[in-house]
Design a protein around this ligand. Structure first.
Ligand SMILES: C[S@@+](CC[C@H](N)C(=O)[O-])C[C@H]1O[C@@H](n2cnc3c(N)ncnc32)[C@H](O)[C@@H]1O
Length: 214
């Protein structure tokens, strides 16, 4: 059933600009194409950004920049996506598509480890200034991204963590793997936090949305 739903969604519920679709087709040929954020999920992220009136966004883990481009297209002309990726080669592969789409001016590429990048933004005094952070980098460090992310968003901001259902299915279902154990702990702990509203969307392998409950 899951794959029938996937096929239906891909056929009827994907809305991509021409260049975004070109980047998707390009990325599908990549050896690590499975890393791509799915178009249906990307469309949901863009819906959220527009609904929130978001302007300042951070993405942790851009891969070839598919969701980066989609989010940049969804932001107003003075919007910005800080695109953090530790693999410079992969980040650079997305740039020609961002330029062709005319939104490269809204994307600030940041080649570094995600935790270091978040700490640098905090050290630069950018705390409480972001509307939205899409978290799709190293799953073992989700605790750290949560702690720093909560300092970077303002009080109505949202954090979105991808792949939190890897614990149950996905490609790291081995309960002994460090990634599975870290995600299981992360999921368990975040639900105990009464300062946060937490909502899990069972979309693909799980998208967890977090905001301050106050
Ligand atoms: C699932 S992919 C991201 C997919 C992307 N959002 C898209 O639209 O296709 C995860 C990316 O995070 C990067 N990554 C993993 N660990 C990281 C870290 N500690 N710091 C920065 N980037 C990291 C990987 O190199 C990879 O490109």
């Amino acid at each position: 059933l899951e794959s029938i739903i996937d096929d239906y969604l891909s056929e009827h519920f994907v809305q991509e600009s021409e260049v975004l679709h070109e980047l998707y087709e390009f990325a599908l040929k990549h050896q690590f194409a499975h890393k791509l954020t799915r178009p249906v999920q990307t469309r949901f992220l863009c819906f959220l950004l527009k609904m929130m009136g978001a302007k300042r966004v951070i993405e942790l883990g851009t891969f070839l920049g598919y969701s980066t481009l989609a989010m940049a297209e969804a932001l107003p002309t003075d919007g910005e996506v800080i695109a953090v990726e530790h693999n410079e080669k992969w980040l650079n592969m997305g740039k020609p598509f961002w330029e062709k789409a005319g939104v490269a001016n809204k994307i600030s590429p940041y080649v570094d480890d995600a935790s270091i990048a978040l700490q640098c933004l905090l050290d630069e005094g950018q705390g409480q200034s972001f509307d939205f952070i899409y978290i799709d980098a190293e799953k073992r460090f989700y605790d750290d991204y949560l702690e720093k992310g909560l300092q970077l968003i303002h009080n109505k901001g949202v954090l979105a963590f991808d792949n939190v259902l890897h614990v149950i299915h996905g490609n790291v279902a081995d309960p002994q793997s460090p990634t599975t154990r870290a995600l299981a702990e992360f999921n368990k702990n975040i639900l105990k936090r009464d300062d946060l509203d937490v909502s899990l969307l069972p979309m693909f392998d799980g998208l967890l949305l977090v905001r301050f409950s106050r």
